[in-house]
Design a protein around this ligand. Sequence first.
Ligand SMILES: Nc1ncnc2c1ncn2[C@@H]1O[C@H](COP(=O)(O)OP(=O)(O)O)[C@@H](O)[C@H]1O
Ligand SMILES: [Mg+2]
Length: 244
Amino acid sequence: MLIGREDVLRRLSDLLRGPQSSAVLVGMPGAGKTAVLAAARGAAAGAEVLSVTGILSDRTLPYAVLADLIPDRQLVDSITGDPPHPLRLRLDVLAWLETEAETRPVLIVLDDAQWCDDTSLSILGFIARRLGGTNVRFLAACRDGEIPPALRGLPTVSLPPLDEHDAARLLKGAGVELTGATLPRVLDRAGGNPLALIELGRAAAADPRAEALPTTVELAFAARLRALPAETRQTLLLVARPPG
Ligand SMILES: Nc1ncnc2c1ncn2[C@@H]1O[C@H](COP(=O)(O)OP(=O)(O)O)[C@@H](O)[C@H]1O
Ligand SMILES: [Mg+2]
């Protein structure tokens, strides 16, 4: 269950229903961007939702995200085969979306925009700026400070840290019970970041000694490792093993 993000969801919903019909959600790794996007998708009852995620290992593959986004194979073939003029291509995708939105609203949801390939970003940015008066909406999530140039200038909403009350609720909801000085220690170290709360909370529940808590640097590395492909993580694990 999503805790303490009512304000953020309301602001996103206002922006998507407003004249620009687009919004970019920004936050630190673990702040809850993916979780908020899921809630926004859930709230878009009756809309056709086209969801896509930028993937670090596909970052240099032109059209990778766009091909995932558009279910119309013919349009994807015409885009990626013998590319028309760049403007034609953008207008074709926009026209396809508008046709799609004739029967019900279309909501595009792009997660991890910081890892989306530049070609798809450029096309999606073009489209996102031209949604006024259409039945198409664009919602992206992106890491703080990494908004790609193609999405700059779109309205943004930041994910603030959870306050202590909501942070404690999140821990409870995750089944983490902490006693004595452990709870304030975890709340303090996590700084309202949901992922840090869960990781620190579980570590503290397993071993409540203050010195056993992972540092924020270790947590930051753990978040980075999670973004790597499984094979790379396996290799890192092998090279990190002490000899013998
Ligand atoms: N407001 C929230 N309430 C409950 N759980 C949350 C909340 N925000 C994030 N989480 C949980 O914290 C973890 C990290 O959130 P996530 O959405 O993956 O972060 P991000 O996409 O910003 O890196 C996930 O397990 C998610 O379910
Ligand atoms: Mg995420």
